[in-house]
Design a protein around this ligand. Structure first.
Ligand code: BG6
Length: 482
């Protein structure tokens, strides 16, 4: 199956924080891949901007080195890399002063799409937005891209939104949640709204429960200072898991367009019931042999969670009575992210009690091995009478779609091209981010007030016992993290 690559319009993309980790790891490799596949026109230009005083050649050499580290060897073709690097330029810019801004103005072309990627800490968003405006650099229709964390609570998120709104309107602001760029997350919408099969059953009458798991093997070592101030709730639940929840639970939007989709997601967040303390489990990894969480963050008194499991209720007609279980953590058994929808058992069985009966389960695998699997009940083969078994109708995208799907595009490839195309569907709107914080804040405040301390879990496990109990007491089980 050959995928269509539609080139985007010519553009100038300025990456503030052009010498940073995200630029090296994600943004530039993603741009290279889009260039290699013919999506980036000849006239595209990428300008790195950062404090470091260096010329374009030095930045290009740095980017070339990053490619060796962050692209697979089979993706690197010297000719293509050379042609890509020709599109790169660099400027030393002082984000909080005046140095470099007039040079940037001179470099920007009038007749191409403009995008400014703020790959810097949120404390610089305001300074950058103001200078782009005051120096007359950003034209009407220019886009700005901002990364998470978008605030650390409702107040700070509102303040950031207000700062950006001073110089840019909402249609110009692209707030990245890279989970929305993941191929399978987009597929969730295709499956729900592109088939007649699922939507009639997608409600409390037929769905027993939903599990959303984002399990990671990595620890927080190396980013302990940031992480310890955030914890799993701020780092993963408020944004990535919340977005997955919204796409799973939202009503069908009338069109696949930015505001129609984001309106429906927002309604889900606003319909969330407050969470009972007994429906949340917070954990910290402990490793008898290796470093534990408190070693990684270098604070023996830390009460920040590296794991969280919770049970949520969405108070609306569609979902009344169907629990949504969310779980995420570091240093778990495996890297595995999936959304699992467990349907109810048939209301009446025509078979003997010993035939067994099983529920249909749809699992949507985000990573690794993107794909979907629907378990259906059939008769066990053989002459032994009517005994039921459940078998997977399995679809690995790589297998089903052939070599084209083998290397699923990185989320950033899709998202950056969407910025250039001017499509905000997979970006968070300001009110969504605020609503997610409005839901998160009281939970975090309650932990603080109670002096809540996370329980420990063994590194390399599936998380704390207490998290298993959260489902056991409802007569359910988590899916294996393996
Ligand atoms: C980031 C979090 O947003 O997402 C990290 O800050 C986390 O803590 C990462 O590891 C997970 O992303 P992915 O794409 O590897 O699942």
């Amino acid at each position: 199956m050959v995928s269509r690559v539609i080139p985007v319009d010519p553009f100038d993309l300025v990456i503030f924080g052009g010498t940073g980790d995200l630029a090296r790891r994600k943004i530039l490799p993603a741009l290279y891949r889009r260039f290699r596949d013919g999506q980036m026109p000849e006239e595209a230009r990428i300008i790195g901007a950062a404090r470091t005083n260096q010329d374009g050649a030095a930045w290009r050499a740095w980017v070339r080195e990053a490619f060796d580290e962050f692209l697979r060897p089979d993706e690197i073709s010297d000719d293509v890399v050379a042609a890509f690097l020709e599109r790169l330029d660099y400027l030393a810019i002082d984000a909080t002063g005046d140095g470099g801004w007039s040079d940037l103005k001179d470099k920007m072309r009038d007749d191409v799409t403009q995008a400014f990627y703020f790959s810097v800490g949120p404390s610089l968003f305001g300074a950058l937005a103001e200078r782009l405006h005051n120096h007359g650099i950003a034209r009407e229709g220019a886009r700005i891209v901002v990364e998470k964390p978008f605030g650390r609570d409702l107040d700070s998120a509102c303040a950031l939104n207000a700062t950006l709104a001073e110089h840019f309107d909402e249609t110009q602001i692209y707030r990245i949640d890279h989970y929305l760029g993941k191929e399978t997350v987009q597929n969730l919408m295709a499956v729900r709204f592109g088939n007649v099969l699922f939507e009639p059953l997608w409600n409390a009458q037929y769905v027993d429960s939903v599990q959303i798991t984002v399990a990671e093997e990595v620890s927080v070592a190396g980013r302990g200072a940031y992480y310890d101030r955030s914890g799993a709730m701020r780092d993963m639940v408020q944004n990535h898991l919340m977005q997955l929840l919204c796409l799973t639970a939202m009503e069908p939007p009338s069109r696949f367009d930015p505001d129609a989709v984001r309106d429906e997601k927002l309604k889900v967040i606003r319909a969330l019931d407050p969470v009972e303390p007994s429906d949340i489990v917070r954990g910290q990894y402990d490793d008898g042999m290796g470093p534990s969480y408190i070693d990684d963050v270098e604070d023996p008194a830390s009460r920040t969670e590296s794991f969280i499991a919770m049970k949520l209720h969405i108070a609306n007609w569609r979902w009344n009575g169907t629990p949504f279980y969310l779980r995420t953590g570091k240093r778990l058994k495996a890297r595995k992210s999936e959304i699992v929808v467990t349907f109810k058992e048939p209301p009446h069985s025509i078979f003997d009690a010993d035939a067994g009966s099983r529920a249909n389960v749809l699992s949507i695998r985000l990573q690794p091995d993107e794909g979907m699997d629907l378990r259906v009940t059939i008769k066990e083969p053989g002459p032994g009478g009517m005994r039921l078994v459940d078998v997977p109708l399995d679809m690995s995208f790589a297998e089903a779609l052939g070599p084209e799907a083998e290397h699923v595009p990185d989320a950033y490839e899709r998202l950056i091209m969407d910025v250039i195309r001017g499509n905000q569907t997979l970006f968070m709107r300001g009110d969504e981010v605020e609503a997610a914080w409005a839901w998160t804040d009281p939970i975090i405040a309650a932990w603080k007030e109670r002096g809540d301390k996370p329980v420990t879990y063994e590194a390399g496990s599936s998380g704390p016992e207490e998290a298993l109990m959260l489902l056991h007491r409802d007569g359910r089980r988590w899916r294996e993290i393996s």
